[in-house]
Write a new protein. Structure first.
Length: 470
């Protein structure tokens, strides 16, 4: 039974369809893995084995499959409304909050027959690249318990990497599904906003966050991520960012028609030698697969990063100000750190905000014009592999790299609203996972997934030793 949880989501579904395992048996295998590992990882914050068993029995009793995910055990980040489960966003201010309705993405999972195992941990109010809070404490990385699984979807990535969950949902406004995937050796997609409904996410994906933010699938293989994307994507007619963009099936020939541009760093912040090697290994694999791959780096990256800072950091603090006013004593150290970072530049006035909003469109247009010749981009996810909780600076290639500089590689694509997939490729000197990022133009999510899939087939998923122990 323990081998079941190590299988990909697609393989687990195949076993269910073939009758080689029942929904109840698959659920029990995941329950056992959660009960063994969650006490040391602290990834799930709302898990009830009896509730899981009741779902499994109900799904097992169905005479025909409900949908493509029938019986698949999944988890959901605790910032995405899941009826009957804690959705506290890691904050004492939301303590005990349980939604009565599912977010559209969760409703689509249930309609497809997915089995909800529980909800997963995140940093308070999602404003950090590591996962810790006063409500539930710190989540640990299954590759090294002294390292962070990243944030803000760190609980989700740890659960999937440790095979406690076959797949799940996170969210991303600055790398929050992609950095955790990179840190824990799994795959993820930040979709184009509007391809996947954002309604039901807390905080709401509104204002600048309707461009920056998206709910995204996470799993151990790109094939699994693609299946999840197909299940949850599609226009939500109550979502103002929703778009009537249908799914596309792309052949390898279609994908090879896309010239891939690649870069190892942005020219400002160094990356580790192993990160450079992961990019070069990916370039080699794509060329061997028949892709045209050329060195290329957009000229707007630093301008995009500065704009992300205005919207995510400064506007983020402005959005939260009414919520936290008078309740500062209940805030976690990790969220206080975010507020201190935001306070350096302070809130924006109306003129600066209006100028930034106009610059957003101008910079997107300029960068997308450059991407006409390179509609797919290959680049790092971060300068470094998984860091230790509280670490905020590192020496990389003989230079000091600060916290938010080390993770800038994801932020550009939030500003551009580009889909970006992450796939594990290499290992650090300490044996930690190193992912690469495959980016496509807005609405071309299938392109990003298709190219990432070529890399995933070449390098493949490997479970951490902790997950494989009997």
């Amino acid at each position: 039974m323990s081998e079941l949880v190590l299988a990909s989501a697609m393989r687990q579904l195949e076993l269910l369809r073939q009758g080689e395992v029942s929904v109840v048996e698959l659920a029990e295998a995941h329950i056992a893995q959660i009960e063994r590992l969650n006490p040391v990882l602290n990834a799930l914050v709302d898990f009830d084995a009896d509730r899981v068993r009741a779902q499994a029995r109900a799904l097992n009793a169905c005479k025909s499959p409900m949908g493509a995910l029938h019986g698949l055990p999944v988890t959901v980040k605790s910032s995405i409304s899941t009826a009957g489960y804690l959705c506290e966003i890691g904050s004492m201010l939301q303590r005990g909050d349980i939604p009565s309705e599912d977010a559209p993405v969760v409703a689509r999972l249930r309609e497809a027959g997915a089995l909800i195992l529980g909800t997963t941990n995140c940093p308070e109010l999602l404003m950090a690249y590591e996962t810790d809070n006063l409500l539930h404490g710190r989540t640990n990385n299954p590759w090294d318990l002294e390292r962070s699984p990243g944030g803000s979807s760190g609980g989700e990535s740890a659960a999937i990497a440790a095979c406690m969950s076959a797949a799940g949902l996170g969210s991303d406004s600055g790398g929050s599904v992609r950095l955790p995937a990179h840190f824990t050796g799994i795959c993820a997609l930040k979709p184009t906003p509007g391809r996947v409904p954002g309604r039901g996410h807390l905080p709401p994906c509104v204002g600048p966050f309707s461009t920056l933010g998206a709910i995204g699938p996470m799993a151990r293989t790109i094939a699994d991520v693609s299946l999840m994307f197909e299940t949850i994507s599609g226009q939500d007619d109550c979502d103002p960012a929703g778009a009537p963009v249908g799914l596309r099936r792309l052949s390898l020939a279609n994908l090879r028609a896309q010239t891939v541009g690649y870069f190892e760093d942005d020219g400002l912040v160094p990356v580790t030698p192993e990160t450079r090697a992961a990019i070069q290994d990916s370039v080699r694999v794509l060329r061997e697969a028949g892709f045209r791959v050329e060195a290329f780096r957009p000229r707007t990256l630093e301008l995009l990063r500065k704009l992300w800072w205005k919207f995510f950091v400064r506007c983020g603090a402005m959005f939260y100000a009414p919520t936290i006013r008078g309740k500062e004593s209940q805030l976690s150290p990790i969220f206080r750190e975010f507020l201190e970072i935001a306070a350096v530049d302070g809130p924006m006035d109306g003129v600066e905000l209006l100028d930034a909003w106009a610059e957003l469109d101008l910079l997107r247009s300029r960068t997308l014009s450059e991407m006409r010749s390179y509609p797919v981009l290959l680049c790092p996810v971060a300068s470094i592999p998984a860091f230790r909780p509280g670490e905020r600076k590192w020496m990389v290639e003989g230079r000091k790299v600060a916290y938010l500089d080390a993770v800038r590689h994801t932020q550009w694509w939030n500003v551009l609203a580009c889909p970006a997939a992450v796939v594990p490729v290499g290992r650090s000197a300490e044996g930690l996972p190193i992912g690469v990022q495959v980016v496509a133009r807005p609405w071309e999510d299938e392109v990003a997934l298709g190219v990432a899939g070529v890399l995933d087939e070449a390098f493949g998923y490997r479970a951490p030793a902790l997950a494989r122990k009997p």
